[in-house]
Ligand binder design. Structure first.
Ligand code: GLU
Length: 297
């Protein structure tokens, strides 16, 4: 397992990315995230990459993907082609899952959301704790011994967090921006915290062949990303991503978490916030410079 976080990458070694899911229009929050990643790479003489996160086949649409390219080009961003698309990457996810399975770190889980909520809300459990993968899994399907035999395919697979974190020990990364509570610099997360606040995350969803947390780590490494720029909403997931990279012997990038763009009531923008879609501002005659100004760049 790899041990060291990357420190703070600079110059030509700086590679950033924007990784939207084509499940709706890009809004001002996406514009901010994409422009920031692009400008940081360009100013350092590094590379800005794009990745289409379309593992959710039911919600991803080619027309949203086309609109993403169109909006980003209009904003003045450019990136090397071909663009990585997660729907082309199943063999890489399978290889990663096979490896974690062979390490005895995955187990099949047949719980649905309702089962998990019921088990996590049992009186002896106290209030259920929610982490980056939803409610911290109460362990209903977790086996005593690591399962053997071939990796099962059409079932959800969870990471046995206690076992995984015992292998890696504390996980560390360099934060070059700031977390939601101002966390910055060298961040270390202990195995106890990983187990208590994240728990047994799903790394393969039934019918998907992977899950966001696994795909993002495998793909950031495959694209050679050295600085992951993304919003505060994903800060809690970062220790999980670092842990997965460590288990798979992948380089650990540095992270730059940024503020979220909010509407006038203070609510953060969501995908369905069509009112703040870049396409809508464009249709109303806005210029790219207007968008930069609106997001405070
Ligand atoms: N695809 C994710 C989203 O659209 C972003 C993932 C990431 O930046 O790590 O929210």
């Amino acid at each position: 397992m790899s041990a060291r976080p990357a420190g703070s990458p600079s110059g030509a070694e700086l590679a950033t990315r924007f990784a939207p899911s084509p499940t709706g229009p890009l809004h001002l929050g996406h514009a901010y995230s994409a422009i920031l990643a692009h400008d940081m790479a360009r100013e350092a003489g590094g590379t800005f990459l794009l990745r289409i996160e379309d593992i959710d086949r039911d919600r991803s649409r080619p027309e949203w993907e086309a609109q993403i390219y169109d909006d980003l080009r209009w904003l003045g961003l450019s990136w090397p082609e071909p663009v990585m698309r997660q729907s082309d990457r199943q063999p890489a996810y399978d290889a990663a899952l096979d490896r974690l399975w062979a390490m005895g770190l995955l187990y099949p889980c047949t719980c649905n959301r309702r089962d998990i909520l019921a088990a996590a809300s049992a009186p002896q459990e106290g209030a259920p704790m929610t982490g980056p993968d939803g409610i911290v899994y109460p362990g209903t399907c977790r086996p005593d011994a690591a399962p053997s035999g071939p990796r099962p395919r059409d079932v959800a697979l969870r990471l046995d967090m206690a076992r995984a974190a015992a292998l890696t020990g504390p996980v560390g990364f360099t934060e070059t921006g700031a977390g939601p509570d101002g966390e910055t610099g060298d961040i270390t997360v202990t195995p106890d915290t990983l187990t208590a606040t994240i728990g047994d995350a799903v790394l393969a969803r039934r019918g998907w062949g992977t899950a966001y947390h696994l795909a993002v780590v495998v793909d950031d490494a495959a694209q050679g990303i050295t600085l992951v720029t993304r919003g505060h909403d994903l800060y809690e997931a970062t220790p999980l991503h670092v842990l997965i990279a460590r288990l798979l012997d992948l380089p650990v990038p540095a992270y730059h978490h940024h503020r979220l763009i909010r509407d006038e009531t203070g609510k953060r923008l969501a995908k369905r916030d069509d009112a703040r879609a870049i396409a809508k501002y464009r249709a109303e005659g806005a210029r790219p410079a207007d968008i930069r100004r609106m997001v405070g760049l």
